[in-house]
Design a protein around this ligand. Structure first.
Ligand SMILES: Cc1cc2nc3c(=O)[nH]c(=O)nc-3n(C[C@H](O)[C@H](O)[C@H](O)COP(=O)(O)OP(=O)(O)OC[C@H]3O[C@@H](n4cnc5c(N)ncnc54)[C@H](O)[C@@H]3O)c2cc1C
Length: 449
């Protein structure tokens, strides 16, 4: 397949774990798939995590093979740095207008050798590490990125030409411009994922203001073996924290934020991080301030009990406010519900806000897929068809459908692939069998008769 005016069976939008799994499941059944991802690499949020609950498997180790399988599958056309601009109904299928952003690097030449990155004199806050470290203006997005092509940030480039001079295959191309092309597909799977509630959404918690109040994704990067410091240090001054607190429901179950639902993963990821922290910093005190602990999945309650047995302190109470002392140590003001409800102030070295999930993308305008009051895709029959949207031929999977963990995202991706495959079979153009025109389903029935 070429990248110009593709014709495929299925278009998958979003290359996180859910989109990758749906694409692989369809491709393994012989369907041709185009996977469109807006970032320069696939992997979604999962590739940035440290380890996964409840098994504590290394996240990179389980995500990278999937990314590689997607990139090397003969039935998958991987289109990164691309966005769907518009969709039109095209007979029984869809025609998508897609635009590819310029990388200023020729993908047909780049080998991912990173010579350009080493030569570049410009340091910028590292997006993959949530601005904790630095990266160059031209760089491979992160060490396990797929595809391994460099991308140049033209806004911050000083056009010194050092990358161009050093590139052994002459892949740097300052003249690139956005490229438009079309994809014709018979079905679409939306897997556009989630974003986090902004860290500064609850002003009283000081996120984005107090240097030692961070969100949970920042902690994932601090804990990751490939993280910015190689060790857990507080961002404010590089000190090793001796007392770390988690504030639960810091972006979910909160009417004042308009986010009334539970984000389902925050309790489990806080418990996971607390366990990892007690391994990384054995002498540190770790406290989790919570309203309710929700551990709904297989093996999850046991995981919670293990954390309690390890000495992690669970304190029931909604945190009212976070301020800081003169050394930038966060001070948490909380009512201790299980101890007669006194209101106390406790000082920690680092506070992690367990922020929640918001929909990453609104597919209503472009895909005509209705969204519910919470912003996630509406599911007309959530109990019996959890991937079917209000738009015939378009299916949804992963956190684009609502908050969920990786296990559920994978399960739902398989389900979306099955729904899409069934739709493809049912809507195939009738073909000539003998002197009769029959649909694929009828043909299958004849074969099995
Ligand atoms: C701090 C934290 C820790 C977590 N830890 C765990 C854990 O240990 N275990 C666990 O099970 N779960 C964990 N989770 C949850 C886990 O991250 C999600 O369940 C999982 O990443 C969902 O995958 P997804 O593919 O649905 O979405 P995403 O990972 O968000 O992927 C969506 C992809 O779609 C792309 N995209 C979005 N819009 C468009 C568009 N318009 N066009 C093209 N591409 C688009 C995005 O760039 C992204 O690559 C954690 C979550 C957080 C916040």
């Amino acid at each position: 397949m070429t990248s110009n005016n593709l014709h495929v069976d299925a278009l998958v939008v979003g290359g996180g774990i859910a989109g990758m799994q749906a694409a692989l499941d369809l491709a393994d059944q012989g369907y041709r798939v185009a996977l469109v991802e807006k970032e320069a690499s696939i992997g979604g949020k999962m590739i940035a995590l440290s380890k996964v609950f409840p098994t504590l498997d290394c996240c990179s180790c389980i995500t990278t093979p999937k990314m590689s399988a997607v990139a090397h599958h003969k039935n998958i056309q991987l289109l990164t740095y691309c966005k769907v601009q518009s969709i039109n109904k095209n007979g029984s299928g869809f025609k998508a207008d897609v635009v590819k952003k310029p990388r200023y690097v020729d993908e047909t030449l780049c080998t991912g050798c990173r010579q350009c990155e080493y030569a570049c004199p410009i340091d910028l806050p590292a997006a993959f590490d949530l601005n904790l470290g630095a990266h160059r203006a031209v760089r491979v997005p992160f060490s396990t990125a797929v595809p391994q092509y460099a991308v140049l940030d033209i806004q911050n480039c000083i056009l010194c030409g050092k990358c161009e001079t050093i590139c052994p295959v002459d892949a740097i191309d300052f003249t690139q411009s956005p490229q438009e092309f079309e994809i014709e597909a018979e079905t679409i799977v939306l897997a556009s994922g989630y974003e986090l509630t902004p860290t500064d959404a609850k002003k009283e918690y000081g996120g984005g203001q107090l240097p030692n109040v961070v969100n949970a994704l920042v902690m994932e990067r601090l804990l990751a073996p490939t993280g910015p410091y190689g060790h857990v240090l507080r961002p404010g001054d590089g000190k090793e924290p001796e007392s770390i607190a988690y504030v639960q429901c810091a972006g979910s179950r909160d009417q004042s934020l308009g986010v009334e639902y539970c984000s389902r993963v925050c309790c489990m990821y806080a418990i996971k991080q607390a366990m990892l922290l007690s391994g990384a910093l054995p002498l540190a005190d770790i406290t989790i301030y919570y309203m309710d602990i929700r551990t709904f999945g297989k093996g999850y309650e046991q995981f919670y009990q293990n954390a309690q047995a390890m000495g992690i302190e669970f304190v029931k109470g909604k945190v009212a406010r976070i301020t800081e002392d003169e050394d930038h140590n966060p001070i948490v003001r909380v009512e201790l519900i299980d101890e007669g409800s006194p209101v106390v102030e406790r000082t920690h070295d680092l506070v992690v806000l367990s922020v929640g999930m918001l929909p990453g993308y609104n597919p209503q305008t472009i895909f005509g897929v209705p969204v519910a009051d919470d912003g996630f895709v509406t599911l007309p029959s959530p109990n019996i068809s959890p991937c079917v949207t209000g738009q015939p031929g378009i299916f949804v999977t992963g956190t684009a459908a609502g908050p969920m963990d990786i296990v559920d995202s994978i399960v739902l991706a398989g389900s979306a692939a099955s729904e899409a495959a069934a739709y493809l079979q049912a809507h195939r153009q009738p073909e000539l069998v003998g002197d009769l025109r029959v649909t694929a389903n009828e043909k299958k029935e004849r074969v099995h008769a």
